[in-house]
Design a protein around this ligand. Structure first.
Ligand code: GDD
Ligand code: MN
Length: 407
């Protein structure tokens, strides 16, 4: 790690925490104009950008203007552009971005349709850029943009390939933006992530970093598009470990809107760790599919037990139990495993029919193949597990390719 870890990202952070903590949020914008100052020469300026700032957005409509205004104020003397990658937000964040980019060529927007996910959006933004250096940061102003010039200097003038803006540097910083529950969770997840890393960083979960674009280009084919942890993924997927430097900053409270980090994101994060530990053999989606399948098994057994208590004959009870398990698996997979390709309305019902049909083939495939193996190797538990694995893989492959195929 290079020795830039010395001081905090400068000047504005203190004024900021004061402003952020003030009881009148309206005054927060006061020193920044609502519309970003469009420099007169911005329109004629044909120099290529040296720095692209990639900002994933999902329902951030009120944060875009203040953020671009601050970038203009901070990045004086650097040729920069900002690329927003919006997952088709219901609040029409993309409209504001489009309107701004018509006045300011530094602003670009990608509308990302039929997909959801921070990491995938960031990757798409980075790959759409040609600048040699790219930064990733949040739209909600929790990341201190005044760090950017320093990060840019570090990456341009030292051997660092990647600069992480860290919340956990020395001396410890305030993390005002965290809820009380999140801070220990974040520290735990950071600890797990650090064990995976070839090169150390104090904040592998940071959503705020700057990197030479070539590093991401090299890692791109191996990156997972799910979840939040793009930095961790770049670090663990790079063919050779990048040289890392760090700057400290205070994680600020959100300006407008709310956080999208939910239990599902945490699951995806754990999934990414499993994927990395298994050399990408077990993907986060497959892991979720298996978890849903295990819940389905519990539903099956519970319904079977209840119906048998009710004096139904075994075949009838078993049929209802299987139907409940299929319904539970389908609904949960639709809501969680394939939430980026979720089927709604009529497509929900047709999908259920397709899923049930394909799963019944899965049962035949599992029973057939494991019986064949049993004839050769009669270990009931081994062949039982083998049958379940074959069924699960069949169901997973057909679900991904047919029921929830990417459109
Ligand atoms: N395109 C897109 N798609 N953007 C998204 C999505 C998505 O599915 N989900 C979130 N975003 C955007 C938000 O609009 C915001 O600009 C940024 O990604 C971060 O989302 P937040 O919802 O504000 O995340 P957070 O503040 O709770 O989490 C922060 O801390 C994490 C570590 O604890 C972020 O900095 C994370 O990047 C970081 O990993
Ligand atoms: Mn945030």
């Amino acid at each position: 790690m290079s020795g830039f870890n010395d001081d905090m990202c400068p000047a504005l952070s203190e004024q900021w925490s004061r402003r952020m903590n003030s009881s009148q949020p309206e005054t927060m914008h006061a020193p920044f104009s609502q519309d970003p100052p469009v420099r007169k020469d911005a329109q004629e300026d044909a120099s290529p950008p040296a720095l692209s700032i990639i900002i994933p957005t999902f329902n951030e409509v009120d944060n875009i203007r203040p953020l671009v205004g601050r970038l203009h104020e901070t990045l004086v003397g650097i040729e920069w552009e900002v690329i927003f990658v919006d997952d088709d937000s219901a609040d029409h964040t993309i409209d504001i971005i489009r309107r701004m980019s018509l006045q300011d060529r530094r602003v670009r927007g990608i509308r990302h349709v039929n997909r959801r996910g921070l990491a995938g959006a960031c990757l798409e933004g980075i790959l759409s850029s040609s600048a040699p250096i790219v930064a990733v940061m949040d739209a909600d102003l929790q990341h201190d943009e005044t760090c950017l010039p320093k990060m840019f200097r570090m990456i341009s003038t030292t051997s660092a390939d990647l600069v992480v803006a860290t919340r956990y540097g020395e001396p410890p910083q305030h993390v005002d933006g965290f809820t009380r529950l999140r801070q220990p969770g974040s520290i735990l997840a950071t600890g797990i992530a650090q064990r995976l890393l070839p090169t150390p960083t104090s904040d592998p979960m940071s959503g705020f970093f700057m990197v030479k674009r070539g590093i991401v280009e090299a890692a791109a084919p191996r990156l997972s598009l799910h979840g939040f942890k793009i930095l961790l993924d770049i670090l663990t997927s790079s063919p050779s470990p990048p040289t890392i430097a760090e700057v400290n900053y205070d994680f600020r409270p959100r300006l407008h809107g709310e956080s999208k980090l939910d239990a599902m994101i945490v699951m995806e994060y754990l999934g990414l760790i499993v994927a990395k530990l298994t050399g990408d053999l077990i993907t986060p989606r497959f892991l979720m599919f298996c978890i849903v399948g295990s819940i389905g098994l519990a539903v099956h057994l519970a319904v079977l037990r209840l119906l048998l208590l009710d004096d139904l004959s075994f075949p009838v009870a078993q049929t209802f139990a299987m139907m409940s398990a299929v319904l539970s698996n389908y609904t949960l997979n639709n809501a969680l495993t394939y939430r980026d390709r979720r089927r709604r309305g009529w497509r929900y019902l047709t999908g259920l029919a397709v899923f049930s049909l394909l799963c019944s083939f899965g049962v035949f495939a599992g029973v057939g193949l494991s019986t064949l193996i049993y004839d050769q190797e009669p270990y009931w538990w081994l062949d039982g597990i083998g049958g379940a694995v074959i069924g699960a893989v069949w169901n997973y492959v057909t679900s991904s390719a047919i029921t929830w195929r990417a459109r």
